[in-house]
Design a protein around this ligand. Structure first.
Ligand code: ADP
Length: 193
């Protein structure tokens, strides 16, 4: 099974580009969405409680994701602890996803932190969706109700988009007016070979 990573900085248009690949029948694994589902899994919640304690849980037993984010982004060790809980589960689920789609020409694995944690080494190729910082901030301020400083704080946790672009095998430039579908068709054709 050919595995293709797709990455890019927050707000560059990964989800939008992924939809173009879906139109071509390519199975897409979105790691953020899969990982968000773990917050409904009692075994994961037990591990989370062991890592972060009761303070990130609310009365009904669910975890408060904002409280989790506040703790882990303030303490590198806790961030690593959470990654150690999440990443192996994501890779197991991705393996299951691949076996379910064994007839596909390739599968896409979407992650903004693909290079940061070495997931790229598990992929046959990597596609980067690129947009410069100012353009991303402009789009994100329309999508999320967050200030420029809040957006920058999140962006600063990621590898610079230019570094992602440098390390990728394919780059899709997602500027308005650029022929996105044509770029995706070109990459898709190459990946099918
Ligand atoms: P990511 O998944 O990388 O965070 P999204 O796909 O959610 O990014 O795109 C960020 C925002 O930019 C969304 O509101 C999306 O609708 C918008 N967007 C994406 N691609 C384009 C484009 N080519 N032209 C204009 N707006 C776009």
């Amino acid at each position: 099974m050919k595995k293709v990573g797709i990455t890019g900085g927050m707000g560059c248009g990964k989800s939008t580009v992924l939809n173009e690949f879906r139109k071509l029948g390519i199975p897409c694994f979105v790691s953020d969405i899969v990982a968000a589902g773990y917050y409904c899994d009692p075994a994961f919640l037990d591990d989370l409680r062991a890592l972060l304690g009761d303070s990130v849980f609310v009365a009904d037993g669910t975890a408060d994701k904002r409280a989790v984010a506040a703790r882990i982004f303030a303490d590198r060790k806790l961030l690593e602890g959470l990654n150690a809980l999440v990443h192996p589960r994501v890779m197991d689920d991705f393996d299951t996803f691949c076996s379910r789609h064994s007839g596909a020409p390739y599968v896409l694995f979407e992650s903004a932190i693909l290079f940061d944690y070495g997931f790229d080494r598990l992929m046959d190729s990597v596609v980067c969706v690129y947009l410069d910082l100012e353009e991303r901030l402009a789009r994100l301020s329309l999508r999320d109700s967050a200030s420029r400083d809040q957006l920058m704080a999140r962006i600063d946790h990621q590898l610079p988009a230019e570094e992602m672009m440098r390390r990728a095998d394919y780059v899709i430039l997602n500027y308005e007016g650029n022929p996105r579908a044509r770029q995706v068709a070109f990459v898709d054709k190459s990946l099918r070979q």
